[in-house]
Design a binder for this molecule. Sequence first.
Ligand SMILES: [Ca+2]
Ligand SMILES: [Ca+2]
Length: 334
Amino acid sequence: MKLLLLALPLAAGPALAVTVSEARMDADGDGLPDLLGQTVTIEAVATCEPDLFSGSGVSFYVQDAAAGINVYAYDPPSFPVGPGDLLRITGEIAQYNGLTEIEPSSPDDYEYLGSPGVPEPVQLARHQGVSEPLESMLLRAGDPSGPVWVTVATTPSQSGGGFNFSVWNGETAIAVRVNGTTGISVSGIEPGVRLFLTGIGGQYDSEPPYTTGYQLLPRYQEDLAFYTPSIPDFFHLDLLSESPFSPSSGEAILMEYGGAPGLRFTLKVFDRAGREVARLASSRAGGDVVEWDGRDDSEEILPIGPYIVLLEGIAPDGGRLVTTETVVVAAGLE
Ligand SMILES: [Ca+2]
Ligand SMILES: [Ca+2]
């Protein structure tokens, strides 16, 4: 009897139950999921409605604690699904322009397991972009509690029933794709505008090895939150984190500066003897948040002691504004 059972073809068994990371796994590094074409079962939470990113049919995103995946199908699930619903989904692993998908073949390939709610977005660090491990995860760029924002870099351009624009996250550009089916308006999005952005990590790359074309896909209007400081035109330099700080323990100090439109900002650090030891911004248009790790321009950690951070703003007519803050570099914890 035992031998007979073992002789049954594998295809007759239940679909392989895997984590989302396992479903997306690309151990051989060819840019394609290693389970391509295989039918698997995952358990993951929906971060939007099934039809949000598709004119007809189903294209949405689900994730577990470690990874996300696109769900793509012609027919909707046999029951209503909303953001925050935990689903068991069976489907074939596929890939479309770099985006790893699970493709259920019928409305009955979904099972409702509960409604734990939409997970907290994964916070992108300053300068961090969207990358393969973040594909199909709910992400946030800019942090209202910082406050650290992203700055719109390009005017939205219409493309394929939606809009594309890009933002600077520190020194890293992130492409934002506003899908027309979401109904999101890009009114007010123009270069220089500051945003807190939420969206799903997407990819659209038609060429192997599928290592480019990462995007952020806002779901709802509130995913594009405008950051309007209460005193946007006031010339200022503010410390956003504690001083003294200990660079040798890996600490850094966060500063925010800004002023009237048209000003060009230069931010320098001086030691007690009045020598310039670090330059954090040079003739930059628009305010910013900068993180200083207590190193000089040669990447050496500076000696302990007080330092003067000097913000200079040069107006279009040549007028000069200056303000300073004192920060203290402390010893590390031994
Ligand atoms: Ca592979
Ligand atoms: Ca991918």
